[in-house]
Design a protein around this ligand. Sequence first.
Ligand code: KIV
Ligand code: ZN
Length: 513
Amino acid sequence: MTDKLIIFDTTLRDGEQSPGASMTKEEKLRIARQLEKLGVDVIEAGFAAASPGDAEAIHSIAKVIERSTVCSLARASEKDVRAAGEAIKPAKHGRIHTFIATSPIHMQHKLRMTEDQVVERAVQAVKWAREYTDDVEFSAEDAVRSDMDFLVRIFDEVIKAGATTLNVPDTVGYSIPVLWGEIFKQLIARVRVPNSDKVIWSTHCHNDLGMASANSLAAVMNGARQLECTINGLGERAGNAALEEVVMAVKTRRDIFTCDTRIDTTQIVPTSKLVSSITGYPVQPNKSIVGANAFAHESGIHQDGVLKHRETYEIMRAEDVGWGANKLSLGKLSGRNAFRTRLQELGIVLENEDMLNAAFARFKELADRKSEIFDEDIQALVSDEGVMHVSEHFRLVSMRAHSETGTLPQAQVTLSVGGKEQQAEAQRGGPVDATFQAIEQIVHSGTELLLYSVNNITSGTDAQGEVTVRLAKGGRVVNGLGADTDIVVASAKAYLNALNKLDTGADRAHPQV
Ligand code: KIV
Ligand code: ZN
């Protein structure tokens, strides 16, 4: 008999707390739909009290998601809990996740509350949450540095108040597997009040020491039956436990784990690519499961072994996690209906005909330059700001970049700024630098460039390059994305996408949890 391991995905909440990873409502909806297709049990869709935009995004996700539970985070305050309760109201299955810190350092310096006050607040928050739903999760923030007797006390009290899931976070990524497992063993043995046998114990680990996945799995081996994680391990600071790692560990080591998930593992790579492309966080090539090299065998000895018998060097099959789903999608001659059907198959919903027309026009443009269009190209194309989200105050009208050995690269750009065309040119050490300089001569943004990266969307020299540009201004950080078969053009699009996000405030402030 295997138990069910509940997969709680917090890409849209803890993941969004990565610098510059804030997402628009439409982007969150696309990811939520894909998470449902992936089979996650709970989608933590945001933190309703953080901003009206966050509340609206949770509400919209709650309306469309059917199989997964939709959850909102809330501090242990009446205002937060009620905002979460309102946001999840349309959900078929809705959860409120309330939390308060329980470690001496947090209680003394951050909350300035005594233990008794913290317990009282936690109990009250769970009771408020129960007015909206009978699915209430309570987290003891910084549990890793909390006193065991106090944890037992607060968990006893919140169960009595109606909490159904008890989450134990390693908020600062401080634990190591043997200790984290021991914490679960002790908590499960010592928390003994009526209904304590019915609650689900949950683990939430951060990756500051690189052990988030290992710690989470140690908790599972000691009784945790909910695991909180994010796609690609995205999240605050060094990130959270990576969904792809923990799910594949449980599946691959059935000899050790006595539980199973309901994740459709063939959706792991497509979900990873979608999250990477929307957030602008590239996946490192040697990242387990979802990195480009995760199943590539470089040395002759390994290649020979795999050819003779795959299992000599492979513990998982690439196709089982969705590699090779790099499907040839459409071609130059594909029509509007074929395009619409493929979008539907990919779970991409464009809200109106104008969006579909804009996406189809970009598809035709791309098909003229690239002989084979893959699913990933279509995903990138609908992320394009002209199709999807941010209003285009700054729009690239045309550009030219020139590189020649022995001369300084030069770029000329024509932008539409609020509907008016302006032109500038610049010379710099490289064509991308010259392009950014020319754009700056027009916009004078006063931003600081924090990151520039290029990735190929599919393989081959005619692949589209996907560029991420991270800009900062006045404490705000945004990621801009641009895709094109010409990486200098993709760079200009990414730069303008970031400027548009700053201009429209699409990077609303991150909640400080
Ligand atoms: O890391 C943490 O403690 C959290 C809680 C809000 C669960 O994200
Ligand atoms: Zn966290």
